[in-house]
Design a protein around this ligand. Structure first.
Ligand code: ADP
Ligand code: ASP
Ligand code: MG
Length: 402
């Protein structure tokens, strides 16, 4: 759709009445430039965390379906308040839940994927001249149950809406000026990146830089949605994310830290074909995303297998692992939440063996033990003690002179 801009405002940008009014003003400015505007909003401030706490006070492991029902209310509050603010400033506006704007997802609760957006309702409202406010993070499955897309999922809602409507731009408004070489709240010397490729920012997002939901970048790349990350607090330029970034090839673009993971180990698993298949297909069937995998070869006929997962999926992953261990007669299952994954990202990594050695040297200088290493063409990750994660991140950022 011509002249259409999709804007997404994160939780901190709509955390209170004063900020909601400021965001409303900003949306109206865009509208006055002659643009059609669709806005995707997250829940106010820490609402999602507060709702999770509330549920856990009743049941430590609440059912996923009811959690989605509960969490989706957060975004319903913020869309309506934002619409009230825009309306009181004299502009036509309508707020829509995920279901109302036809965001159809898979059946998995708490981490659903968007399958389709039936855009007719949004299009009708835009044609009537209205600003459309869409609830981020939520959709509806084929049973008409409310689903959510995983923490941070409003970014994905925004990109999906932008892709479906063929918007000219998708702007992600947040509480920092753009994508930095490292989390600016941890590494004070981190610098803002002006332009970055989908590929590099996807690795940063997937390794813990929570400024963008990884799925949102995947989708932006697939549908070639031009993305900008910028602050809702100022008018600074932000970071442009697109396919071809013309700039000097930087060896290491950024460093990220994921503290939101856990390691599961299964000891003394029989050393025979089909074992890994059995375990990881069971995890996949439960929609548990597995990251780093190591298998230690023992001298006897058994192995130990370890893997990392998102900490939010720990409970489910442990029960799948325990069932597997029982079936194959493994010795025991253990888990560890005291780990973090530290990664360096950059398209220059594949061609430069020194980058890995410099990374390991930096950890050695701090006396930090590496539990697991994994690499891809543009990334090297190490699993380390969570307590030392931030300190290691600061040191590596300095070591690579980012
Ligand atoms: P929102 O509520 O707007 O979605 P988030 O808290 O999800 O905001 O994401 C923004 C936060 O991401 C920043 O406050 C920052 O601390 C963190 N962050 C982590 N890594 C990076 C990075 N490389 N660049 C920018 N921000 C980052
Ligand atoms: N409100 C949701 C969360 O806190 C979605 C989002 O902020 O993107 O995870
Ligand atoms: Mg976010």
């Amino acid at each position: 759709m011509q002249d259409l801009i999709v804007q997404k405002y994160g939780g901190s940008s709509v955390a209170n009445v004063e900020r909601i009014k400021r965001v409303a003003g900003r949306i109206i400015e865009t509208k006055k430039k002659g643009k059609k505007v669709v806005v995707v909003v997250s829940a106010m401030g820490d609402t999602t965390d507060d709702l999770i706490d509330l549920a856990q006070k009743i049941n430590e492991h609440p059912p996923s379906r009811e959690m989605d029902m509960l969490l989706a209310t957060g975004e319903q509050v913020s869309i309506s308040l934002l619409a009230i603010a825009i309306q009181s400033m004299g502009h036509d506006v309508v707020s829509l839940t995920g279901a109302q704007c036809g965001i159809v997802t898979s059946n998995v609760h708490k981490r659903a994927r968007i399958n389709e957006i039936k855009t007719n309702r949004i299009e009708k409202e835009l044609e009537a001249g209205k600003i459309v406010i869409v609830a981020g993070f939520q959709g509806i499955n084929e049973n008409k149950d409310i689903t959510t897309l995983g923490r941070g999922g409003s970014d994905t809602s925004a990109v999906a809406v932008a892709a479906a409507l063929e918007a000219e731009l998708c702007e992600i408004y947040t509480d920092v000026d753009g994508v930095y070489t490292a989390d600016p709240r941890i590494v004070k010397t981190a610098s803002k990146i002006d332009e970055i490729s989908y590929e590099e920012v996807l690795e940063m997002a997937s390794t813990g830089a929570k400024v963008l939901h990884p799925r949102s970048v995947e989708m932006a790349e697939k549908f070639k949605v031009p993305l900008v990350v910028r602050s809702s607090y100022n008018y600074n330029e932000g970071t442009i994310i697109k396919e071809d970034v013309i700039m000097e090839k930087v060896l290491v673009r950024g460093v990220s830290l994921d503290e939101n993971i856990a390691k599961i180990s299964i000891f003394e698993v029989p050393d025979q074909p089909g074992i890994a298949f059995k375990l990881f297909s069971a995890l996949a069937k439960s929609n548990i995303h597995v990251d780093m995998i190591v298998q230690n070869v023992n001298r006897t006929a058994v192995n130990d297998i370890s893997f990392t997962i998102d900490v939010d999926e720990l409970q489910e992953a442990v029960s799948v692992a325990q069932k597997f261990a029982f079936e194959v007669n493994a010795q025991k299952v253990e888990y560890d939440q005291g780990v973090a994954k530290l990664s360096v990202i950059g398209t220059g990594i594949v061609a430069n063996a020194e980058i890995a050695s410099k990374f390991f040297e930096a950890l050695f200088e701090l006396g930090i033990n590496i539990q697991t290493i994994s690499t891809s063409e543009i990334k090297i990750s190490c699993l380390i003690d969570k307590e030392r994660g931030k300190e290691a991140m600061v040191h590596i950022h300095k070591k690579f002179d980012m």
